[in-house]
Design a protein around this ligand. Structure first.
Ligand code: MSP
Length: 544
């Protein structure tokens, strides 16, 4: 597997600060966090961006409802998102707020650029608007007087600037054709394509009836439409409008030697500039990212994102999550009750990324107990306890990998390339978080079966050399699994590696493959402690 160290840029949506963070927000950021950690373990320079979307009518209304001015309201709520990210120990490199000077400056520069290129004109908007969705709807899209999302709509008539979105119908379709992997998953990509094929109308991109937004350059009666403002966060966080910053060059623009380099994409009629960004979003906001954002960038003649990844939605015990139903899942409560890594594991394992998922307390507890406590945790604990008890806490001096180790799944290299070749996480067909975890648990299950078959406790008297080899083989197997588990359950994986006395700077995928980094016979191991305790069902909290 060739080493790849080219830069990797991954972003979460920026979250509206109208409300407290919930499981949906934590989920999107978690998916990015796992991918960011995975790419770093491959040796890539990663930029992982998250932040908050603070302008617009929805946020202004929420501030008013609690009697606060929008700035102090957004300061407060944005801080809650930052606190959640810290609490979840996400490894983001930057947190952008759209009320920051660096962002406003970039958003305005982007507007001017669209204007200079001739894609903005002034007219009048008369139509439906949903404040909850911050989206315009056609009359024909409404269902029983409401937005297709179920949100209320209101009639808006005001002077407005428009973006010539209609000019990009053909360009977008050619771009999609040339990039069959632009949107993950494919089913959602098909929805995007048919939306564009149905025809694009010019998009209203400014509002005049409130002023909580980025002023339109040259006409401050208008504020920028919150989605145009928000989407530019992906470049303003890299230093745009300065396109010479290291970050912009490294993470936005493709360079020679970049892994996913395609240079410009030639199609029948157009040439597109190809960028590097991977934007992870929920399925509800795919259209903004896969249609509007590339159209804005095409108009500005700037590199396009490399990929838009859309995930599904969580329900709670089968019900749609909503404040009015009072069934919002608080990620902080989950972590406090079950543990951080347990929560991360459940969210990544329970759902095939891209599909909808249902949280249920019972499923959570069963999953953690069967995969983490009974399989991976048990493997580590029984192996390490045997070493303590039978080998004085030391890897026996002359231990070798068991020649019969083939009954274990793979050696280190084939484990990693198995995940890699199956494009589990990497590559265009990737994003298979759940399958990856299922395979890692499978490796641990095989290792447990290997213990049962070899009965090292019996070998202790009969053939101590054979026992040493079996235990050594297991210790190596656990090292492999723990290294590969790091993106998902970083804290627990690190505890397992500590118990194997693996040095902190020998835990990357390159070290996994490096024969010099295998555990050395003679290594003294610390006393083992269980890493994944069994979760107990609490009767008062509902049935499992
Ligand atoms: N501010 C916009 C994004 C602008 S990006 C330039 C926005 N914010 S949001 O706070 O409403 O939603 C952010 C993300 O949370 C979306 O990706 C959305 O899909 C996700 N989720 C919100 N509720 C969710 C669930 N119940 N389940 C999974 N994710 C969901 O949209």
């Amino acid at each position: 597997m060739p080493e790849d160290t080219s830069p990797y840029y991954i972003t979460t949506p920026i979250y509206y600060v109208n409300d407290s963070p919930h499981i949906g927000h934590a989920y999107t950021t978690l998916a990015c966090d796992v991918m960011a950690r995975y790419q770093r373990l491959h040796g890539r320079a990663v930029k992982f961006l998250t932040g908050t979307d603070e302008h617009g009518q929805k946020v202004e209304k929420s501030a008013k409802a609690v009697g606060k001015d929008p700035q102090s309201f957004t300061d407060e709520v944005s801080q809650r998102f930052r606190d959640l990210a810290d609490f979840m120990q996400f490894s983001h490199d930057d947190f952008i707020r759209t009320t920051e000077g660096r962002h406003k400056k970039g958003a305005q520069a982007f507007w001017k650029r669209l204007e200079e290129k001739g894609y903005i004109y002034l007219d009048k908007y008369a139509g439906w608007y949903s404040v909850r969705d911050e989206a315009y709807y056609q009359e024909s899209e409404l269902i029983e007087g409401k937005a297709p999302t179920g949100a209320d709509v209101e009639w808006v008539e005001e002077e407005s600037y428009f973006f010539k979105l209609s000019a990009f119908e053909d360009k977008l379709l050619q771009f999609y054709d040339a990039n069959p992997q632009f949107v993950f998953p494919t089913t959602r990509f098909n929805e995007v394509k048919s939306f564009v094929k149905d025809g694009l109308k010019d998009l209203s991109i400014s509002r005049t009836t409130f002023n909580w937004g980025v002023p339109v350059p040259g006409n401050d009666k208008h504020v920028m439409y919150v989605w145009l403002d928000a989407l530019t966060n992906y470049i303003t966080a890299l230093g745009y409008p300065d396109e010479e910053t290291d970050d912009y060059q490294k993470f936005w623009v493709q360079q020679d030697g970049d892994k996913e380099r395609k240079s410009s994409i030639e199609t029948k009629d157009y040439e597109f500039k190809y960028g590097k960004a991977v934007h992870v979003v929920g399925k509800d906001i795919l259209r903004f990212h896969a249609v509007y954002w590339p159209a804005f960038l095409m108009a500005a003649d700037m590199p396009l994102p490399r990929k838009i990844v859309a995930h599904g939605w969580w329900t709670n015990e089968g019900e749609k999550i909503s404040k009015s139903l009072g069934n919002v899942i608080d990620p902080i409560a989950l972590v406090n009750e079950f543990g951080l890594d347990q929560t991360r594991y459940f969210m990544m394992r329970h759902v095939h990324f891209g599909s909808d998922g249902n949280y249920s307390r019972g499923a959570f507890i069963n999953r953690i107990n069967s995969d983490l406590a009974n399989t991976i945790g048990n493997l580590a604990q029984r192996t390490l306890s045997m070493i303590q008890k039978n080998c004085d806490g030391k890897i026996p001096e002359d231990a070798r990998l068991d020649s019969d180790k083939k009954i274990l799944t793979y050696d280190a290299e084939s484990k990693l390339s198995h995940l890699h070749d199956a494009n589990y996480l990497d590559g265009d067909m990737g994003w298979k978080y759940s399958d990856t975890l299922s395979d890692l648990v499978g490796f641990a299950r095989n290792a447990n079966e290997y213990i049962d078959a070899k009965e090292p406790w019996r070998l202790k008297k009969e053939d101590p050399k054979a026992m040493a080899d079996v235990l050594y083989t297991l210790v190596e197997e656990i090292r492999h699994i723990a290294i590969l588990l790091q993106p998902f359950v970083p804290d627990s994986a690190s505890k397992i590696l500590d118990q194997l006395a693996v040095s902190k700077d020998e835990r990357s995928f390159a070290h996994l493959l490096d024969r010099n980094c295998i555990i050395k016979p003679g290594t003294v191991l610390p006393k083992p402690a269980p890493v994944f305790p069994r979760l107990q069902e609490d009767e008062s909290k509902g049935a499992a």
